[in-house]
Write a protein that binds this ligand. Structure first.
Ligand SMILES: [Zn+2]
Length: 286
């Protein structure tokens, strides 16, 4: 099923890019506000559980309050809230107080736009494009939140898992059998690594959110991609971890978030996994 607007592939990709910019600015809000909302939910539930009076604080949600400068609190005018362009126009500084605006905003907007252009170019206006974007944007949000908060919220990892299984009900990316085994295998393989690491070193190398994320990746791509995802993510994690210790002088006891590596490896496997595996297997004439 594909919608034909009578546009060239590049024309469609251009529209996808603009559409992706707008979605990117929404993703920025989710990255920043979902953890705040979760924290206040947890506080409220904990007070409730302990029988304490509820706090009277303004709830931050994805939808409110309106965007403000985190430095001076000035409301951001609509004309200064245009994805990417406003950042360039304002030269990366708040109009009111000229505090620097986080690079996260234009970066996420640009990535979201490139992702939309990429998938629209590849698959046109189709259900495969929609699924691929939901998948990629979820990984982008998880990466942002894990970098800030060292947390991969269930509110994203679990729906991502269900959505992967749903997409593969009709075999969009892999067969349903491969997807189910991928989800179970993804969770179990990191769970096993976690417990072996803990038994041997007494330390916790990653969190349960990482298991759920790999389960979700398995649900989207099937069990066949799990070794490749684990290989790329651990290799990249090790290289960047060691580079951080050598070049930045990072304390080696300080944990680094593994989620972004899993997300990046998962995205690479999603897009190029088949090519990588077939050229790798080709090396051995398999
Ligand atoms: Zn300001």
């Amino acid at each position: 099923m594909e919608i034909d607007l009578g546009l060239s592939q590049s024309g469609l990709a251009g529209i996808g890019f603009l559409f992706g910019l707008v979605l990117g600015s929404f993703l920025n809000v989710v990255i920043l506000r979902l953890p705040i909302q979760l924290n206040s939910d947890w506080r409220r539930d904990s007070r409730d559980f302990l029988g304490l009076e509820p706090e009277s604080v303004d709830q931050v949600t994805i939808a409110k309050p309106a965007s403000r400068c985190p430095a001076c609190g000035a409301a951001i005018k609509p004309q200064h809230n245009i994805p990417l362009f406003s950042f360039l126009y304002l030269k990366g500084r708040c109009k009111a107080c000229s505090a620097p605006i986080s690079l996260q905003y234009p970066l996420v907007e640009l990535l979201a736009a490139l992702l939309a252009a990429f998938f629209v170019y590849q698959y046109g206006l189709s259900i495969t494009t929609l699924y691929s974007l939901l998948f990629s944007y979820s990984l982008l949000v998880l990466t942002g939140i894990d970098l800030h908060e060292k947390l991969l919220p269930d509110q994203i990892t679990l729906p991502l898992l269900w959505l992967g299984l749903f997409a593969n009900l009709s075999g969009t990316f892999v067969s349903l059998d491969e997807a189910v085994v991928g989800a179970i295998g993804g969770y179990l393989s990191l769970w096993l690594v976690f417990w072996s690491f803990k038994l041997i070193t007494g330390k916790e190398g990653m969190g349960y959110g990482d298991f759920k994320l790999l389960a979700a990746l398995g649900a989207w791509m099937g069990w066949q991609m799990l070794p490749l995802i684990i290989l790329i993510s651990t290799a990249a994690g090790a290289i960047i971890g060691v580079a951080g210790i050598i070049f930045v002088g990072r304390n080696k006891e300080m944990p680094i978030a593994f989620g972004p590596f899993l997300a990046a490896a998962g995205w690479i496997a999603f897009v190029w996994g088949d090519k990588i595996l077939s050229s790798y297997l080709g090396l051995f004439n398999l």
